[in-house]
Structures are given as C-alpha cells and as structure tokens.
Design a protein around this ligand. Structure first.
Ligand SMILES: [Cu+2]
Length: 164
C-alpha cells in the first residue's frame, strides 16, 4: 500500500516536472491584457545570439512604441519619463551600451505617447547558467513593461579564469 502511494506520488511529481515548462509563460505574456494592448508595443525584437561566454557581449534590438491608446489611469495618461533596460533573474548579465533612436542613452529619456523608439542594448554574460531575459521599458508613474524574452546560455569563460 505504501509502495503504491509512493509510486503514485513519484508519478505525479514526474508529471509536474515534465509539464512545468509548458506552464512557464511569463514576461510580456504574463502581463494583463490591457497592459499589452494599450501601453507599449514591441516590434522586431531580436537577440544577436542566445549563447555567450562570461564577459562576451550580445545585442538585443527592436522597436518599442508608446501607444496612443495609453490608459489615462497610468502615469496620469501622459508618460513623460522612460527608462529602457533589461529584466534578468539577478546579476546574470550586464548592460554595456544602450542606444535609442541612434543616440547613446545611458540614462532615462524624455518620452511621450505615440512616439516610437528604435533601440539596441549590448550586454555581457556575467553568471554561468541558462537565463530568461527580456527588454523592458519603465514608465515613471506606471511601472515596468516587459518585452519578448529569450533563453540565454551563459557559459564559463575558461580563458578569463585561467588568467585570473
Ligand atoms: Cu522571461
């Protein structure tokens, strides 16, 4: 009896483990519908690579537009200060360079409803592992809106550790 219970338990545990990836929707897909449909629109988001070594860089580029349908309840209806960044699980990557509409943008930017921002961010791998990372667009008074994510493999940099 106890053995049968154990088998059932292990079966359930295995099933949970196998099915979990399908249920791991997060990032932009986990945001509420009105946020995705009325705040910012992400287009052509591309990662130059999905695997890099520690210290090696890759670039995420794309376009983000503050929609005309921006809700009046967020940022008093008028976004005016924005900050483009990346969301990652802890210090797993490091942003090295951030360009918005062709201009280096290390800090926050002035922004407005209806405007479009072509961006690129170059980041370096920092901590070894497989991480899910997203571009993000924070709007003062509204919070951080998350763009399409990518699984990123950061491998150990053997050369760097050998010379240390
Ligand atoms: Cu993610």
């Amino acid at each position: 009896m106890r053995r049968r219970f154990l088998a059932a338990f292990l079966g359930a545990a295995a099933l949970t483990f196998v099915l979990a990836p399908a249920a791991s929707a997060h990032g932009e897909k986990s945001q509420e519908g009105f946020l995705r449909m009325r705040t910012v629109a992400w287009q052509d988001v591309k990662f130059s690579s999905d695997s890099l070594q520690q210290g090696e860089t890759a670039t995420v580029s794309g376009t983000v537009k503050i929609m005309d349908a921006w809700p009046s309840s967020l940022a008093k209806g008028q976004p005016n200060t924005c900050y483009l960044s990346m969301i990652a699980p802890g210090p797993t990557i490091m942003i090295k360079e951030r360009t918005i509409n062709g201009v280096s943008a290390p800090s926050r930017i002035d922004c407005a409803k209806g405007r479009t921002y072509d961006f690129s961010m170059t980041f370096a791998g920092r901590r070894v592992g497989k991480w899910h990372v997203h571009p993000s667009f924070a709007v003062k008074g509204a919070g951080t809106l998350i763009g399409p994510g990518e699984w990123l493999n950061v491998a150990k940099n053997r050369q760097a550790s050998a010379t240390r």
